[in-house]
Design a protein around this ligand. Structure first.
Ligand code: BES
Ligand code: MN
Ligand code: ZN
Length: 502
């Protein structure tokens, strides 16, 4: 879909539909009022008649039949004025464009919602409108054959009044588009079946992103990671015929200070290995590379926006399979930093591949390393599906940056503890550490395991097991710009962290 910025008045804008909005106090103002006047009070009449209330998510479509150039008017409800935030704009935009698509509108004009009386800066409002719209219109067609008969919106036009800050709206719209495209790339990667989204395919995607946006890319294969001593990653990868890949993407702007490393768990399918998972819902484990997808999507957005920060994306990618040469419980593997790990469960594989990636991250002397991983079912039990990512970070400054970005993007995180007593349950008689501490405190012990490999830099771990998507885990709440399937969680959050870095 194309996103364009146009100057003019919404009541003079030619489109298949134009979008305006209303708070639930039904006090009409700004662009909605201007449009109402041009329509001889049609919107006021809808309010008076009780057809339009302004409650959040409500959409009312009517036909101006020649009174203005546009074929349709869509009024979207914003809900309570005192609860207004940038998320209100994302959601309102999402509801409105989905309605526009439903009625077959191909060119849709919209006011820059939130930039009027609600008081958002024009770039922030424009970004939210574009993000909400693009993410809401995303569809996963998958590998279905046959014709697609659902209509699609071809262009979204942000209509800016003459005299308003067009440059700011343009910049915000561009940012919104780059970020939404990153999130949609992540959704595609997660939605794809695991025989398509293989480690090789993730590596190819990284190469494509690099080619398009001028990133440095390097893909290490089995022999390369053997030379590096990544015994934990290799332990997981030894059970599969599918070639493992360790993907490195690097955004190196001319004048960069700090280095930020993003690490994503790339288990392209998690059967559990020899510690085999039950077959019910095992298919949802195609989403076990959602961390990797988020890192690839964020790297694309960071590069598209050419942010002035040195950012490295690391993705260890393999599937986790049982086989005659699979690793097994009681095996001991050695990570890149020399630490030995006793395998208790081959289903605690994410922390093993992350261990080596976290060791590798140290070579960049990073100001921060942030990893994203669908790491534990325990995190979903603790916080709920679709509620928040578990955030493990004991550096107040870094945690503050992540929290600020989470507030801005509504990609929610929740601070979890790193009690040193968790270490007791991952002590091994045979190795330096074991890979599972059992059922109790499973999310805390997984983080304490990772911590042993995140040495020499400031580190944050985000357990996104409950956030990868609707119906991927257990359902949970969703926004109107999300559909069944992958959420793309983490792309907006990570990009926002990098945008605010310097
Ligand atoms: N990929 C899973 C975690 C997961 C569970 C993600 C549900 C999304 C939804 C991970 O590899 C796993 O199997 N974790 C085990 C750890 C246990 C064996 C210590 C778990 O959570 O049961
Ligand atoms: Mn597992
Ligand atoms: Zn897993």
């Amino acid at each position: 879909m194309e996103v364009r910025v146009k100057t003019g008045a919404i009541e003079q804008h030619d489109a298949d539909a134009v979008i305006v909005n209303l708070f639930d106090d039904r006090r009409i103002g700004g662009a909605t009022q201007a449009l109402d006047r041009a329509l001889n009070g049609a919107i006021s009449a809808l309010i008076a008649g009780g057809d339009l209330s302004g409650k959040a998510g409500e959409t009312v479509v009517f036909y101006p039949t020649g009174a203005i150039p546009a074929r349709r008017v869509i009024v979207v409800g914003l809900g309570k004025r005192e609860e207004f935030s940038v998320e209100t704009v994302r959601r309102a935009a999402a509801h409105a464009v989905v309605k526009a698509r439903e009625v077959g509108a191909q060119v849709v004009g919209t006011i820059v919602q939130g930039s009027g009386a609600a008081g958002l800066a024009p770039d922030v409002a424009a970004q939210a409108v574009v993000e909400g719209s693009l993410l809401a219109l995303y569809r996963w067609r998958g590998l279905k054959t046959g014709d697609d008969d659902t209509p699609s919106v071809e262009a979204l036009e942000l209509v800016v009044r003459p005299g308003d800050d067009v440059a700011a709206v343009e910049a915000g719209a561009r940012a919104g588009q780059a970020i939404a495209e990153g999130a949609m790339l992540a959704r595609d990667l997660v939605n794809n079946p695991p025989n398509v989204a293989t480690p090789t395919m993730l590596a190819e995607t990284a190469r494509e992103i690099a080619g398009r946006h001028g990133l440095r890319v390097e893909v290490l294969d089995r022999a390369d990671v053997e030379k590096l001593g990544m015994g934990a990653f290799l332990g997981v990868a030894q059970g599969t015929e599918e070639p493992p890949k360790f993907i490195i993407l690097e955004h190196r702007p001319d004048a960069a200070g700090d280095t930020v490393v993003l690490v994503g768990k790339g288990i392209t399918f998690d059967t559990g290995g020899i510690s085999l998972k039950p077959s019910d819902h095992m298919e949802t484990m195609k989403s076990d590379m959602a961390g990797a997808a988020a890192v690839l999507g964020a790297m694309q957005a960071v590069a598209a926006l050419d942010l002035p920060v040195h950012v490295v994306g690391l993705v260890p990618a393999t599937d986790n399979m049982p086989s005659g040469h699979a690793y097994k419980p009681a095996d001991v593997v050695k990570a890149m930093n020399g630490k030995t790990i006793e395998i208790i469960s081959t289903d605690a594989e994410g922390r093993l591949i992350l261990a080596d990636a976290l060791c590798y991250a140290a070579r960049y002397k990073p100001a921060a390393v942030i990893d994203l991983a669908t790491l534990t079912g325990a995190c979903v039990v603790a916080l709920g599906a679709g509620m928040a990512a578990g955030l493990f970070c004991e550096d107040d400054a870094l945690r503050g940056r992540i929290q600020t970005a989470a507030d801005a993007t509504s990609e929610r995180v929740w601070h979890m503890p790193q009690f040193k007593e968790y270490l007791e349950s991952i002590k091994s008689d045979t190795a330096d550490v074991k890979n599972s501490g059992g059922r109790m405190g499973g999310v805390g012990t997984s983080a304490m395991f990772l911590r042993q490999f995140a040495e020499g830099y400031s580190w944050a771990h985000l357990d996104i097991a409950g956030m990868a998507g609707v119906m991927m885990g257990e359902g949970g709440p969703t926004a109107p710009y999300q559909q069944k399937g992958a959420s793309g969680f983490g792309v907006r959050l990570l990009t926002e962290i990098v945008r605010n870095w310097s």
